[in-house]
Design a protein around this ligand. Sequence first.
Ligand code: SF4
Length: 361
Amino acid sequence: MARPSAPPDLLALDETELTAFMREIGEPAYRGRQLFEWVHEKGARSFDAMTNLPKALRERLAAEAQIGTLVETKRQRATDGTIKTLLRLPSGRAVEAVLIPDFDDAGAPRRMTACVSSQVGCAMGCTFCATGLLGFQENLTAGQIAAQAHHLDGIATAEYGRGLSNIVYMGMGEPLQNYPAVAKSVGLITEGLGLSAKRVTVSTVGLARRIRQLADDQAAGRIPPFRLAVSLHAPTDAQRSAIMPVNRSEKTDLTALKDAIQHYHAITGHRVTYEYCVFAGVNDSDEDARQLAAVARWAPSKVNLIVYNPVEGTPFTSPPEAELDRFIRALVREEVRVTVRRSRGQDIDAACGQLAGAENA
Ligand code: SF4
């Protein structure tokens, strides 16, 4: 016997789709706009809250639809204010979504960044990454990605008195392997929370064909103009292939990536951000800095150096401060625009995939 299908997740539907849904059940089109406001803008998670909908309609919706499919099963809070949540999917698997607050000198919240996951596990197999150790398990829907942002927006407002200011797709998974859901979720989140797409950064290991496609889709207005970050982590093909299997294919090696990045910049005019985890003795020599500067010159860019949060079961460590300083100075001499990102939430399972790794193993 066929399993009954799950009721539609309204968090996965944009305004046009919600309007179509309302029409299908015999309601006027303007009800779609009302539903969008409740679900995406006001964050309603129960149909009872939708006071401008007739009671009979609310009861029908409660029987025939759902709002969000993720359930929080664990929450950790670090001394620096970072809050990591573990969210269970209908499949029973779990993903991480992390709130990263940034405070000014007076302790007032300056930025509230949500780091969201796009997949359970990841097929890319980067050798330094806890999520990579899990392998690929499941793609998230647009609604499940949007749900993470809404969940963290609620926590940010409750805990710190302001909602999200930035979203980064740097949690579990390779976002461009789940491109349609990711692109759609950016639209749902930015419209719902009233954020500019400029405040959203999608991070990829460098799937060249997808980068070209997203540039073309953004230029044509088919998807929102979110920003792109590339997880580089090594500046030459030999080094990159050793730690990131994706680089071993000529479709996704540095030559292909360079072409794609230059296409992206030419089409969108956007600067690219390179993420670069600094690994002691692996990618932190003066020669590495020169090679990295060469990559940074492919197109206007900036480099985020990430101080690595060690992952059990991998051989990588972070260099001592003095070595890190030397590497930064070498990049500055090469006129690379560089920012150092310290790992946040170090007293909790902070490296991407560590918390969910235990759950999905
Ligand atoms: S670093 Fe990103 S792309 Fe690489 S395995 Fe981890 S989640 Fe996947």
